[in-house]
Design a protein around this ligand. Structure first.
Ligand code: DX5
Ligand code: ZN
Length: 222
């Protein structure tokens, strides 16, 4: 599968969000990741459907909306109408996950599920056929700039195996950088979500994306 970089705008400069998204698109980003946090499921509040709509006006790239909110069901329609391409909800917030995934699809979006570090892959077994995307959290959700948890790599591998050859997106989210990007891909991830390794004050968005791509090339054949 083609490997895609999904810059997370959580780390972007919000005084010029449209420009930052366009820089990412020009630099070859595959999709734009948008972190919605509610201050309840996670200890931080970020953005809502208004920002998704603004991102929609800034790019034609798919918008990968990651809902870190309790009781997401009543907000799905608002995010779909704002222009989300994929809506991912957290396993930990959905007592009726099967129904919620069906509701996302009924809105015309791709359906994703995200799993916290402590949540086992096997809990997705009965809904795997419904998902287009699985987000493996490689940090505890809530903040950008945290350290990657390498012990999540076996879970990435397990989820790829559970997909049984169906071409779902397996995304890694949190602490992804040039040091661990290749290991994520080797484990079976095809989407690398990257916040601070793409948006930061020390290098450009294009340099950040190029560095991640370069890290994937670093393994020499043979
Ligand atoms: C964490 C978010 C991530 C975050 C990643 O809760 O879901 O998408 O933006 O940021 P970095 O890449 O800086 O860890
Ligand atoms: Zn995220």
């Amino acid at each position: 599968m083609a490997i895609q970089i999904a810059p997370s705008i959580l780390a972007a400069d919000f005084t010029r969000l449209g420009d930052q998204i366009r820089e990412a698109e020009t630099a070859g980003a595959g999709l734009i990741h948008i972190d919605v946090m509610d201050g309840r499921f996670v200890p931080n509040i970020t953005m809502g459907s208004l920002v998704v709509a603004a991102a929609r006006r800034s790019t034609t790239l798919p918008l990968d909306v990651h809902l870190m909110i309790v009781e997401p069901d009543h907000l799905l329609e608002a995010f779909a109408e704002a222009g989300a391409t994929t809506i991912s909800i957290h396993w930990e917030t959905c007592p009726h996950l099967h129904r919620t995934l069906q509701a996302i699809k009924a809105l015309g979006c791709k359906a994703g599920v995200a799993v916290n570090p402590h949540t086992p892959a096997l809990l997705l077994q009965e809904i795997m056929h419904l998902v287009d995307t699985v987000i493996v959290m490689t940090v505890n959700p809530g903040f950008g700039g945290q350290s990657f948890l390498p012990e999540m790599l076996p879970k990435v591998r397990q989820i790829r195996e559970m997909a049984q050859g169906r071409a779902i997106d397996v995304e890694v989210d949190g602490g992804v950088n040039t040091e661990n990007a290749l290991a994520c891909v080797e484990a079976g991830a095809n989407v690398l979500i990257a916040g601070t390794s793409v948006f930061n004050g020390t290098f450009s968005v294009a340099q950040g994306i190029d560095a991640l791509r370069g890290a994937l090339e670093s393994k020499k054949p043979g």
